[in-house]
Design a protein around this ligand. Structure first.
Ligand code: SF4
Ligand code: SF4
Length: 434
C-alpha cells in the first residue's frame, strides 16, 4: 500500500491537451491515446496538475462529511489557511463556531499544534554541523519530493510530526483520552495532506480519521457562519501558529536568525538542486512549501493566495503571542516526533538485476541522444529523455515522437516514389486492347 494517492484523473473530462505534463515536478504524467495518466510511484500529490488543468480533469479524493456518522464523538481540526478564506470581518472564533455547527462535537486548531511544534523545533534542533541546514517537515509534498528527487537530503528533514498529526495525537491522548470511537477530521487546503493521512510519512499510522477538502466544505461553512446567533470563544492559537498558513510563518516563528522560506514547487526544486550542489551556505533552517505563498496557495483553497495571505497577516496580527508554545505543552502525553524512517523512493526502476539495469540505462542515453531534444511534449512525455525511458520500459514507441514519425513518413514516401520509378509504364486503353 505504498502508493496511495489522493490526486486522481477524471478520464471523461481529460481532453489530452498535455498542459499538465510540463508542470509536474516529478515527471509523473503521460498523455497517451488522448488521455492523461499518472505514474503512481512518482506522484507526490503536490496538486500542480489540479491547478493547471483547464478542463478540471484532475481532482483530489477526500472524505465526505457523511463519514462523521461513523463516529460517536467528532473533532474538526482546521488548517489555519481556512481563516484566510473568509473576509476580515469574520473572526477566527466565528469561523470555528460555524465549523463546529456543521456537526462536530468540538474543534481543535492545527495552528495550536503549530505552536507546539514551534516550541519543540526551538528546543530540539541542536545545531549539529552535519545536519544543518534543517529542512521543515511540515509540507508532505516536499518530503515526497525529497524522497524521489533528493534522497541525499533525507537526513536533514526535521524529525517532528506535522501540526495536523500532532493535533490529532493531542486530542486523543490529552484532551479526550476517555472518549470511545472518537473521529478526528482535518480540514485540508491540499491533496498532499490527504495523502499523508492515508499513506503516512514518518509514522506507521495516522491519528487522523478523515480529511475534508477545504473547497468542498467552504459553501456550507460560509452559510453557517452567516447564520450564527452566538459565537463561542474557541480560538486558542497564537499569532505565530496562525502564521504557519503562509510562507515565512514557520521560519519566523523559530526565531533563528539564518532561516530561509522557499515556496512554490519549481522554486523548491531549484533551491534543493543548489543545496545539493553546495551552493547554499549560511542557512540553518529551510521552510520549503510546495504551494505558492505556502498553504494559502493550496490546490483545495477557494481564495486567491495573495488575498488569503494578506488576511492571515491581519488576522494573526489581532491575536496575542501569549499562547506561544501551546497551552497543552507542559502536560502533553502525545508523541511529537516521527516514529518511522523516511525512505528514499526510486522513481524509475529499470531492472532488479544491476547489470541489466545498467544496460537499460545506456539504451536510454542512446535513444535520448537520437531524439530531437526539443522537449515539446507532443509525444505525451514531458521531455525527450522521459520518452526514451518510456521506450526502454516498454510503455511508448519511438515514433510517438512526431519528428521521428515525420521522418519515417518522409522516408516511406521516398521509398514508395523510388519503387514507383521501377514499375513499367502503364499502357493506354488502346494498347491494352490490342
Ligand atoms: S491538463 Fe492534463 S488532465 Fe487536464 S485535460 Fe489536459 S491532459 Fe487532461
Ligand atoms: S499531484 Fe503533483 S506530482 Fe502528482 S501528478 Fe499532479 S503534478 Fe505530478
Amino acid at each position: 500500500m505504498s502508493n496511495i494517492h489522493s490526486v486522481i484523473l477524471d478520464e471523461d473530462k481529460c481532453m489530452g491537451c498535455t498542459n499538465c505534463i510540463a508542470h509536474c515536478p516529478t515527471e509523473a504524467i503521460r498523455v497517451r491515446h488522448g488521455k492523461a495518466s499518472i505514474i503512481e510511484g512518482r506522484c507526490i500529490d503536490c496538486g500542480e496538475c489540479i491547478r493547471v488543468c483547464p478542463h478540471h480533469a484532475k481532482r483530489a479524493q477526500s472524505d465526505a462529511i457523511s463519514l462523521l456518522e461513523d463516529f460517536d464523538f467528532t473533532i474538526a481540526v482546521p488548517a489555519p489557511t481556512l481563516y484566510g478564506q473568509f473576509k476580515d470581518h469574520y473572526s477566527i472564533d466565528q469561523i470555528l463556531t460555524a465549523l463546529k455547527s456543521l456537526g462536530f462535537d468540538d474543534v481543535f486548531e492545527a495552528a495550536e499544534a503549530a505552536d507546539i511544534v514551534t516550541n519543540e523545533l526551538k528546543k530540539s534542533l541542536q545545531k549539529k554541523e552535519e545536519q544543518i541546514p534543517w529542512i521543515s517537515s511540515s509540507c508532505p509534498a516536499v518530503i515526497r519530493l525529497i524522497q524521489i528527487r533528493f534522497p541525499g537530503l533525507i537526513d536533514q528533514i526535521v524529525r517532528l510530526e506535522s501540526p495536523m498529526e500532532i493535533a490529532a495525537r493531542i486530542i486523543k491522548n490529552d484532551i479526550y483520552p476517555d472518549k470511545k470511537n472518537i473521529g478526528v477530521f482535518f480540514i485540508s487546503p491540499c491533496p498532499a495532506k490527504i495523502t499523508a493521512v492515508k499513506n503516512p510519512l514518518g509514522s506507521k499510522s495516522s491519528s487522523v480519521d478523515g480529511v475534508l477538502a477545504m473547497n468542498e466544505i467552504f459553501i456550507p461553512l460560509h452559510a453557517a457562519a452567516g447564520r450564527l446567533e452566538e459565537v463561542e470563544a474557541l480560538s486558542k492559537a497564537s499569532s505565530w501558529g496562525v502564521s504557519w498558513a503562509r510562507s515565512e510563518g514557520e521560519s519566523h516563528s523559530t526565531e533563528w536568525s539564518e532561516t530561509v522560506a522557499v515556496d512554490g514547487i519549481d522554486n523548491v526544486l531549484k533551491f534543493f538542486e543548489e543545496l545539493e550542489n553546495g551552493k547554499i551556505k549560511h542557512v540553518d533552517f529551510i521552510e520549503a512549501m510546495a504551494c505558492p505563498g505556502g498553504c494559502v496557495g493550496g490546490a483545495l483553497t477557494v481564495e486567491n493566495p495573495y488575498i488569503s495571505k494578506a488576511r492571515i497577516i491581519r488576522k494573526a496580527g489581532m491575536l496575542k503571542e501569549e499562547n506561544r508554545g501551546g497551552r497543552l505543552i507542559p502536560n502533553t502525553h502525545a508523541v511529537l516526533g516521527m516514529d518511522a524512517e523516511i525512505q528514499p523512493k526510486q522513481a524509475l526502476k529499470l531492472d532488479e538485476d544491476f547489470k541489466a539495469a545498467l544496460e537499460k540505462m545506456a539504451m536510454i542515453e542512446d535513444i535520448a541522444d537520437s531524439l530531437p531534444g526539443l522537449d515539446c511534449g507532443s509525444c505525451g512525455a514531458p521531455t525527450c529523455r522521459a520518452l526514451a525511458e518510456d521506450i526502454v520500459t516498454g510503455t511508448a514507441k519511438k515514433n510517438d515522437c512526431i519528428f521521428v514519425l515525420r521522418d519515417e513518413i518522409n522516408h516511406l514516401t521516398e521509398n514508395l516514389a523510388e519503387l514507383g520509378s521501377w514499375m513499367p509504364p502503364l499502357l493506354s486503353d488502346e494498347e491494352n486492347n490490342k
